[in-house]
Design a protein around this ligand. Sequence first.
Ligand code: FES
Length: 469
Amino acid sequence: MTELLTETIVQEPHRIRGLEMPWNRVMGSTEGPASAARALGPWHPQEFMAECVEIVPEVGGMMTFVFRRCDGAPLAFRAGQYVNVAFPVNGEDQDPADRSYSLSSAPTKPWTFDITVKRDPTGLVSPWVHQNIKPGTVLEMLGPVGAFHLPDADRRARYLLLAAGAGITPIMSMVRTIHSLPGQADVVVLYHGAADEGFAFNKELAYIASVDSRIRVFYSLGDRAKPADWEGLSGRLTAAMLNEVAPDANGRQVYACGPEGYLNTATELLGNVGVDDTSIHMEFFTGDRQTILEYQAELALAVDIAEEIAEEIADSAEDYYEGQPAAFGLYEPGYDAEGTLQATGMPLETVDPDAPEASDDGSDAGAEVSTPDASSFETVGTGSLTLSFMRTGINVRVDPTEHILGPAQRAGVRIGANCKEGMCGSCKVVKLSGEVEMNHQGGIRAREIDAGKFLPCCSTARTDMVIDA
Ligand code: FES
C-alpha cells in the first residue's frame, strides 16, 4: 500500500500564465479592423435604461445599488470604468442631474452591475440617491466610460491597488474581477480609511484575501485615533508604508483612486520608490492627457459600429419601457411621440432674476414675465464674440479659441463642472441662439444636443450666443 502511494505521480497543477479577461479570446480571434471594432463595440459608451434590482447597505456611509439593463443585454465594461447616470433629483418634469459613478462589481458577472454611492450630507445628488433609489427604480445611463481599467491581458499581472475612502469602488471591481478569473496574479491592496468602521466591503475583502493567495489586503487608518484592537497600519500614505506592503512596488502596475490630495501624494511617493510614470494609473477626472488620449483612441476605433448598436439598444430600451406597467413606483421619464424625452424637449424659458416670483399658491404675484434685454446687461471680458447669459444677466466677451466655461465662471455665471473634459456632463447648459463647436468625450447624449444643449467646458463659440444660464 505504502509502495503504491509513493509510486503515484502527483501532477503539478497547470496554471494559466498571467491574467486574461474572458472577452480577450473573442477579440483576438477576429480578423481585420472592422471585426476588431465590432468586438470592441460593447465597451463603447451607449445610452441605456437600467432598473435597480437590489440595495445593499455598506459601512462608511455607502450604499450599493445593483442594476440590470432594461433591454436584457449584459453591461460589457472593463474593471475600473464608470457610468454617467441621470438622476431626476428635481422631479420627472425637470432636467435630471448627471453624475459619474464607478462600477464596483466585476465585468465577469455582467448581467447585473453595481454602483456604490457614498452619502455626502451637503451634496445635492447622493442624499437623494440614498433616499429614493429603490428596487424597481429605472434610470437613464450612459456608459461605460473611462480609460482607468485593468488591461485585457497581462502576462505578468503584478498590481499594487491603492484606494482611499470612496476610491475603493473601482478598485473593488478590479479585486473582484481578478478573484473571479484563473491565472497567475500578484495583487497588493492598500486601503486608507478615516475610521475603523468606515472600510466598505471589508468583510468581502477579508474573505477574498483568506481564500485567494494571489491577493493581499492591507488597511491603514489614516492619522485618526485607532481603537485598542486595531491590527492594521496607521498613518497617511508614506514611502515607508509603500515599502512595507510592496517592497517590489517598482515591478508592479499601480492603480490608485481617491481624493485629489491623496492621488497627488501617491504620485510623488511612487516616484520616490522607483515606480515609473508609465506604470501609474489614476482616476483623474481633470486634465490627465494620457487618460483622455487613450479614451479617444478607444472611441475612434469603435465609433461607427457602436453608434449603430447604441441606436438599436436605445430604441429597444424605449420599446421595453413603454410596455411596462406604471406600477411599483417606477420612475417614468415619459417619452413624447417622437421618442424624445419630454424632460429634455420642454420649451425653454428664460428667467429674469429681477422679475417678481410666483407666490406659493401658484398664482403669478407680479406682472407677466418678460424676456430680459441682453443689451442692458453689464459686459465683461475682452474678445471678439459676445455670450449673453440670460439667467445671470451678464454679457461675457470671449475669444473664439477659448472654451466657454472658464470665462463664464470667472464672470460669475453659476455652472457646475467636474471633469472639464466633456466626459461627466455636469456643466451641461442650453443655448438659446448661436453656434458652438463642441469636442466632447461622451458627456452628452445625441438627443440632448438636438434639444440645444452643449457642454461649455469643451466648446468654443463660433458666433455670438445667447445661453440659458
Ligand atoms: S465639466 Fe464634465 S462635461 Fe463639462
